[in-house]
Design a protein around this ligand. Sequence first.
Ligand SMILES: Cc1cc2nc3c(=O)[nH]c(=O)nc-3n(C[C@H](O)[C@H](O)[C@H](O)COP(=O)(O)OP(=O)(O)OC[C@H]3O[C@@H](n4cnc5c(N)ncnc54)[C@H](O)[C@@H]3O)c2cc1C
Length: 385
Amino acid sequence: MTSSDLILIVGGGPVGLALALSLQQKNIPFKVLEARLQGASHHDKRALALSYGTKQILETLGVWSQVETQATAINTIHISQRGGLGRTKLHAHEHRLPALGYVVSYGALMQALDAAIDHQHVMYEAVAREILPHDSDAEVHFDYAGQSHRLSSSLMVIADGGRSLEEIPGLVRETKAYGHDALVSKVHADLPHQNIAYERFTPSGPMALLPNGEHDFSLVWTGEKSMVDRLLSLDDATFLQELHEAFGDRVGQFLSVEKRMSFPLKLSSLSVTDTPHLVVIGNAAQTMHPVAGQGFNVGMRDASTLVSMLVQTSPMDWGNSTMLKAYRQQRQSDTRGGLLFTDFLVNVFTNPMLGVATLRGLGLTMMQYLPPVKRLLVNKMSFGK
Ligand SMILES: Cc1cc2nc3c(=O)[nH]c(=O)nc-3n(C[C@H](O)[C@H](O)[C@H](O)COP(=O)(O)OP(=O)(O)OC[C@H]3O[C@@H](n4cnc5c(N)ncnc54)[C@H](O)[C@@H]3O)c2cc1C
């Protein structure tokens, strides 16, 4: 099989599919290779925090009306630290936004994207094994229906989430393991959430409670692997009690918890991408700490920028080094900014040094009274600017 006249996308997760859908809208030919069965991700309950900018991208793709029925708006973000004074609140209305973001399950988002895509152009259960960039094109070797196949394209987009295709000639990845895991689950609280998302910094790591449904919150609780393993092993009642101790009384008692899962946290980015005909987007390009919910949204902006660039470039030049250099330059500040911002938050807010907690508290209190600083933070979180 060869096919150099269409854009090949390896990985049909939310970022890969959003890219595909955008190409479909612009009548740009594409093919997606996706390892999973069609519909396999529809039941994935992990909660994604969508920024306001991502909501606008989904609107343009024509899928927001479906996603919205499953989404919970975040109107306020409440930032605090455990064992220290100071807090900051960000309100959507202060920034003239209808919402600061939305919480939706991975499965609901995938369902909406899947419903809009023309499935003729998606090969499910197609597992890429090897990617080989050449001077004239990029080639993928993949398994499909029990056989090995090969496709090549003048522009191949890697959107595999960064977990399967480690070694690609010309790409160098920098990785920093935090040694921390994230425990994720859904908890039911006594009091209504009032569309408030809580970001709480604790000495062991940040935790977030995101409004999801009427009384429910999606929980992301990060800390050393040993701590997370212990939290996973607790019975529900003890777990909820410990959660209450760490989080405080803001939403009353926690009444129930769904299945708890964990995943390791790392910071990963591409330091060298010296490959014509190949571009890497989404989590495959950058993986960041979940604090401040940046990672997924940066990935959506990758897809959106790439499509804008394709539209402005003659098809003869798609995937050439000039186009890809321009793409990387355009994405650099958002990507690096996201990585540095999340890494900074984790480092500053988990620093146990004497006096640092007081300074942090002071910072949080000052921020509460400094609208320009809040504006910068909201713009960064909503639009990556
Ligand atoms: C276990 C886990 C839990 C998470 N929980 C949260 C959370 O609670 N909140 C949050 O905001 N973020 C969470 N994240 C991060 C979030 O899932 C990512 O930011 C988001 O999924 C990135 O989207 P993506 O499309 O770039 O990658 P992915 O969602 O990873 O999609 C990649 C796609 O590529 C496909 N693929 C992979 N390898 C191949 C291959 N070789 N050939 C073909 N197809 C392939 C996969 O099947 C998948 O469909 C979590 C991540 C993980 C790993």
